[in-house]
Design a protein around this ligand. Structure first.
Ligand SMILES: C[S@@+](CC[C@H](N)C(=O)[O-])C[C@H]1O[C@@H](n2cnc3c(N)ncnc32)[C@H](O)[C@@H]1O
Length: 279
């Protein structure tokens, strides 16, 4: 049964979610709270949304459940296709060229990685690029992929790296399935050589993040769409600080950097908008 929500309860939960995770629920989407939280309200024996709000500050598990319920985890392998073609044909070659003969590793960060399909797609693309470009002397372990999300629950799925047949069917071509996955009783398991490139970590993008390090490529796809413009601007400023000069940023297909920052140049590569840090 869908619980009723009073205006002051909407205001309380909206403010709480905004402060704790950056997610901004506009008034016309009030139904998101009622549809996503009603069941959990009953399970947690909360008598009202106000009661839930009063308990969350004192109960870390309840808080985490609330954030998980209010975040959208939709994802798939090689989502939208073209960003991964651009990664293989343009971004990786340019990063490798810019790095030159330096022995340093190449750092990539998949932010808001959900259940892991995005970082695994990046790792597979890197394996394929190294296989097809043996002359460069680079091997997959020259790349490090950080993958983060605010939700512990999706990160546990991501770390496990086991996907159903339906999940791999959404995006993994047969040749890559045969090479980079192993059959598993629950579907398919990502091969160890793919998994070993990725370090998973729980991280809230609405908190300061620039201390993490310097990166060659940041992917923040389909995450900031839920944030306020003010927070998006702050996060994009941090992206700029974290990127190497001319470093790359990829956003989701429906997202743009226009109106958020003028510290990036834009390259149009087919359907992909590639942003690069101007320093
Ligand atoms: C729609 S999924 C996008 C997954 C993947 N990037 C893709 O494009 O397929 C958005 C993810 O962002 C995460 N997220 C939302 N708010 C966040 C925050 N403040 N910090 C970190 N991750 C967040 C959610 O938990 C969710 O897994």
């Amino acid at each position: 049964m869908i619980a009723e929500m009073q205006q002051h309860e909407f205001d309380l939960l909206k403010e709480y979610l905004l402060k704790s995770s950056g997610i901004d629920v506009p008034p016309e989407k009030q139904y998101l709270f009622t549809t996503r939280l009603s069941e959990f309200l009953a399970e947690e024996t909360c008598t009202s949304f106000e009661h839930l709000h009063s308990r969350m500050g004192l109960d870390a598990k309840l808080h985490q459940r609330f954030v998980e319920a209010m975040t959208t985890h939709e994802t798939s392998f090689f989502r939208d296709g073209h960003p991964y073609r651009t990664l293989q044909e343009h971004i990786i070659p340019v990063i490798v060229k810019m790095r030159g003969i330096s022995p340093r590793k190449i750092y990539i960060w998949s932010m808001g990685c959900s259940t892991g399909q995005e970082p695994y797609s990046i790792a597979i693309t890197i394996h394929e690029w190294c296989r097809l470009n043996p002359g460069t002397g680079l091997i997959p372990s020259d790349f490090v992929i950080f993958a983060s999300d605010i939700s512990d629950k999706v990160l546990n799925v991501a770390r496990l790296g086991i996907y159903s047949r339906d999940e791999v069917a959404r995006g993994v071509p047969d040749n890559l399935l045969a090479t980079y996955f192993c059959k598993h009783q629950r579907g398919y398991s990502v091969a160890d050589e793919v998994r070993s490139l990725i370090q998973f970590r729980e991280l809230n993008l609405s908190q300061p993040i620039q201390y993490i390090g310097k990166f060659d490529l940041l992917l923040c796809r389909n995450v900031m769409i839920y944030f306020s413009t003010e927070l998006r601007k702050r996060i994009v400023r941090q992206f700029h600080e974290m990127l190497q000069p001319e470093g790359f940023l990829l956003l989701g297909s429906s997202e743009t950097i226009y109106g958020l920052s003028d510290a990036f140049s834009t390259e149009h590569r087919g359907e992909t908008n590639v942003y690069r840090a101007v320093k």
